[in-house]
Write a protein that binds this ligand. Sequence first.
Ligand code: NAD
Length: 468
Amino acid sequence: MSDRYLKFVNTPLGKTAAQSLGLPAPVPLKRWKRADQPFIEGDVLIGAANGSKAISTIGKVLNASAAKLFHASAMDTLNDSSKSGNKAEALPLNADIDRKFSALVFDATGMKDTTDLKAVYDFFHPTIRKLADNSRVLVIGQDPGTCRQPAKAAAHQALEGFVRSVGKEVGKKGSTANLLWMAPGSEQQLESSIRFFLSPRSAYVSGQVTRISKGATAHATNPVAPLAGKVALVTGASRGIGASIAETLSRDGATVIGLDIPPAMEDLQNVMAPIKGKAMACDITDEKAPKQIADFVKEHFEGIDLVIHNAGITRDKTLGNMPEHFWDMTIAVNLTAEELIDEELIHQELLRENGRIVCISSISGIAGNFGQTNYSTAKCGVIGYVEAMAKQVKNGVTINAIAPGFIETQMTAAMPITIREAGRRMNSLSQGGLPVDVAEAIAWYCNPASNGVNGNVVRVCGQSLIGK
Ligand code: NAD
């Protein structure tokens, strides 16, 4: 369903009307377009607090981009960030800055206590108004759980509040702000996440914190087809978000098995044919489903690399009015089926080394939602499952979740108009996301270089005002 308000408000008449009535004026988001598109272009400013640890990795990643690099200078609280590489030009922050940036990247990993937070102010205060539309703020700190000193943990935790507030300020320009919390010594694992969060692939991801752990050695990837040679299973692939996940993983080189219920086979074939994927008819709640899926994998491939649990349903009713089968079905499709499928694939040793499992949660599972006790329970359970499994997976396998907010699909098109409009506007970017926004985040998790991204729940919600 198209967002007519977003289109109207970006016409000259619409702009004037929105301004005079004080209505939200969302900026159309720029998304990933071409295979040869650089992950970031334009002017990028890099800065670092004293003692920074990730600056040379940031510099190395950005030096390989199409961006023109600057490093912040002339502030005592800031490190000499010339370590960001000799391509970066020094930019004194105490003088007038006469350019617009497509990204501000700040390495806060060196902060030792809360007084060091001044460096964050010194870097962003003179530059935040110099952000172009559709730009990126990315902060890198140390995972507070790995800080021994309380004052250091406080400083790094504080970055979360900072980034969430910045996201709300810059969202008006279609821009995003995100935070990476790295474990000590995990610099080598940062690249795929820096690339994702600076690129148009993360257009609808804002106010999010991702933990980066040491993980297995990150593998060099083919930037155009990082998933070449991988086999992916996508459940619920006949339409909506699932169809977009299948197309995006195929674009990145994976061979896709699309799965959906038997009545959806015609639609599923239509999604699979152009991407040369294999269609599988299966109800994932059928007790034979895990074994059927394992048999299908064995029949066509030797194993599986990417398992994307996308299939989901809603059966909304207030709790007192909810029939038992609404509860049972919603838990079975959204939660239990995922556990049983993974169990079978792992038990039969079909999930290959460096495999990826991705589950779909929901904002409803984080914040709760009126009339959705069954769905919120299931989607919150997904988070518990992912966090517990992340500690158990072996052989370089990772498991993560995406929690979508309001995404424009048949599911949300069926909502009453007032609820739909509220869902679309109640986020920092004042618009709904597209299925491809969820798919791009999944492709980032699946990237062979994302070994250090494990046990995360990232929201693709335009920084919804609901929930954390
Ligand atoms: P959708 O209803 O358009 O698609 C869901 C797909 O899952 C359908 O193709 C359906 O046939 C399939 N499916 C349902 N039950 C199944 C079963 N038992 N076995 C096999 N396949 C089954 O939904 P969508 O909007 O594309 O959502 C995809 C996922 O994202 C779901 O898990 C949903 O809960 C989640 N999500 C969506 C939104 C949103 O705004 N659209 C928000 C948060 C979370």
